[in-house]
Write a protein that binds this ligand. Structure first.
Ligand code: WTA
Length: 648
């Protein structure tokens, strides 16, 4: 796909029709909100927390900050599940669709708020009957079915901390997360449907649990009907437990700062970090962004195509939309099944008005041609969203023209697992769009681009994206590792949150996020650490050393490229290359499967023995090396690596 920037310098102001109906109408309204939050953050957030959330007990004060630890809405008690369900049942939302779900085979369900409340209560009672209670930890390893949301909300209802593990993760990855979290319950399914095949989940749970003696039970949803092995006493069917459950399960009031969930994400070491989010602040900011960024109205039909296993699924399928009382479309499978128009068909069928997806998906669909979206009536759409990586001009232009018919604003939303909610994005009825820019920060977000000393860089200069002041939905800790939390996010510049992203800010104050500055790759919008893949590779008996770098990729943004040195032995590189790719998929998950394995006699290292990944990155990007190589130990290694042509 050619990516000459046809939109350089273009500005797309909101249409007068959009402005007229917007939740935040016009630049002055945005600016007033922003200024108010900047000048009086405690009043600003305190007022929103009081009016936008339902409390069992009101908080005493808004904010405590003992860097790097913050507390919001101190002394308050509430329940996230109550906020997503019960509070909607008194009025017209009671019979509004909360979830419109379609399975990949075409089965459908519409679940109203009343019905969702009933399902959540019944499942919470099932968990309760097994003796689980507030503070326990549960792993959710499920396909994209409504029960995944039910499981999250049932845990939240009881104050049980959940950790959703993406169904594409392997048994190894699942095991590491169960152990790190000290989980005692695993909620799973026989499998799910993906590209017309069953992806089994229960066997991976069985494999993981061989080394997780603390897990007392698994609860297994029947989705595909395959017959997984069930271990007597440990494994229980969801539907069997449901037979004796009842509909009434009061939500347990928890402290504002009670942990809501832990979600593991890749950092710069081999060990994933358990990002901890707590209840009130997270819920408030995800709720607000539904109104501010997605311009949510009572009659909208909202669809976020993310998987529940990533933070986007947490904040923008479960907690944000349901707390805001939205109708949520949820789809189980892939966009190409049975054909490349499945998503467009779903938008037409359910009259989706707000659609949120990723640049990598857009690029993959562009390649299939306009005939697929053109065959469907997409006129219900009124706003499009993008998340996960910078959206490139060609993808933006196509999304805007072919999907949005030039009519729908595109909200390019910058945020992270750690930020909990969207931090930089346009308010679509106020902020003029510049394709490729997340535009301006949300109220209360003091974002800046600075140098390593923390000093702001001039307009258009590249620097580090940082946030100056804590915000309600901020990460509270890394599970079990407060030192890593302090060091990773608050250790670079005093009192300042370090995002790990490079960015520039133009003369209008718009943010342009350029990508990661650390060893974190972004493959199809999913974070993956180079170290994690390296650790997986060196666990293979043939591998002596490995260095992993990201390589630019037309569809997935980046792809994983591995440089490997082998132990003594006679190896067929073709066979071993395939085996190692499969090995990484097995150790981490299929989405981490390397695009390329290159074998080498040695890796380029500095005299102190550090692998020079920068040089390897240059090799995979351009096949030449231009950078400074004065610290390189063996120049010969480098020339040989550069001379190698890509091997599949
Ligand atoms: C990148 C996903 C540019 C960024 C919600 C960030 C983006 C990382 C954008 C977080 C965007 C996400 N423009 N870059 N709109 N959205 N990123 O934790 O590098 O999976 O640090 O959260 O994705 O990825 P994560």
């Amino acid at each position: 796909m050619s990516d000459q920037n046809p939109l350089a310098g273009s500005i797309f102001p909101p249409s007068p029709e959009f402005v007229a109906q917007a939740n935040v109408s016009g630049m002055a309204a945005y600016q007033a909100l922003y200024d108010e939050a900047a000048a009086r953050p405690e009043q600003f957030w305190g007022h929103l927390a009081e009016t936008e959330l339902a409390w069992q007990q009101k908080f005493d004060h808004v904010f405590e900050w003992a860097p790097p630890f913050s507390k919001w809405f101190v002394g308050g008690q509430l329940n996230a599940s109550y906020n997503c369900l019960d509070r909607h049942l008194d009025g017209p939302r009671a019979h509004k669709a909360a979830i419109i779900w379609e399975g990949e085979p075409g089965d459908t369900r519409t679940i109203t708020y009343t019905e969702l409340h009933r399902l959540v209560c019944r499942f919470a009672n099932s968990i309760k009957s097994l003796g689980y209670q507030t503070g326990d930890r549960a792993i959710i390893y499920m396909p994209m079915v409504p029960e995944a949301v039910v499981a999250m909300l049932a845990c939240a209802r009881l104050g049980i901390i959940h950790s959703v593990v993406f169904g594409g993760f392997s048994a190894e990855a699942l095991k590491a997360r169960i152990q790190d979290l000290g989980a005692t319950l695993v909620i799973t399914a026989d499998g799910g449907w993906r590209r017309a095949k069953e992806v089994k989940l229960k066997p991976a749970v069985d494999e993981a649990l061989l080394e997780c003696p603390e897990v007392k039970h698994t609860i297994v949803l029947r989705r595909t009907g395959s017959e997984p092995e069930m271990m007597e006493g440990r494994d229980l069917w969801w539907h069997t437990l449901d037979e004796t459950s009842h509909d009434d399960c009061p939500a347990v009031p928890v402290d504002s700062e009670h942990p809501l969930f832990v979600l593991y994400t890749s950092g710069t070491t081999g060990k994933p970090k358990g990002i901890l989010h707590t209840t009130a602040g997270y819920l408030l900011q995800t709720t607000m962004s539904m109104k501010w960024v997605f311009d949510l109205k009572e009659n909208d039909v909202y669809w976020c195509s993310a998987d529940i296993g990533w933070v986007t699924g947490h904040s923008y399928i479960t907690y944000g939309p349901l707390s805001a009382g939205a109708t949520n479309v949820m789809y189980e499978g892939t966009p190409d099944t049975p054909a490349f128009d499945r998503w467009w068909q779903l938008i037409a069928k359910y009259k989706v008005t707000l659609f949120y997806t990723s640049p990598t998906a857009i690029r993959a669909l562009i390649r299939q041609g306009d005939q697929w979206p053109d065959a469907h009536d997409l006129s219900s759409l009124r706003l499009l969203g993008s998340v996960g990586e910078p959206i490139n001009p060609a993808a933006w232009e196509w999304y805007h023209r072919v999907i949005g018919k030039g009519r729908c604003p595109i909200v390019d939303t910058w945020w992270q697992t750690e930020t909990g909610a969207i931090l930089i994005a346009p308010m679509p009825g106020a902020v003029p769009l510049k394709p490729g820019s997340g535009t301006l920060p949300m109220p209360g977000i003091l974002a800046e681009v600075v140098d390593l000393d923390g000093k702001p860089v001039p307009p258009d200069a590249e620097g580090y994206l940082i946030i100056r002041r804590p915000w309600p939905s901020m990460i509270r800790n890394i599970w079990g590792d407060p030192d890593r939390y302090a060091q990773t996010y608050w250790g670079r510049m005093e009192g300042v949150y370090f995002t790990g992203d490079a960015a520039r800010r133009d003369a209008d104050g718009y943010f342009w996020v350029l990508g990661r500055v650390d060893d974190v790759m972004n493959v199809s919008g999913h974070r993956l650490s180079t170290m994690e893949v390296e650790s997986a590779l060196v666990r293979h008996p043939a591998v002596a050393e490995a260095a992993v770098v990201a390589k630019p990729h037309e569809i997935t943004g980046q792809a994983v490229c591995c440089f490997v040195t082998l132990k003594k032995g006679d190896y067929n590189h073709d066979v071993l290359g395939k085996e190692l790719r499969q090995w990484v998929a097995h150790e981490i998950g299929a989405f981490a499967r390397p695009e390329e394995i290159r074998f080498s006699e040695a890796l380029p290292k500095t005299r102190s023995g550090k692998i020079m990944r920068r040089l390897l990155r240059e090799i995979v990007t351009s096949n030449t090396v231009a950078g400074d190589v004065t610290t390189l130990e063996d120049m010969g290694v480098l020339t040989r690596l550069a001379a190698q042509q890509d091997e599949p």
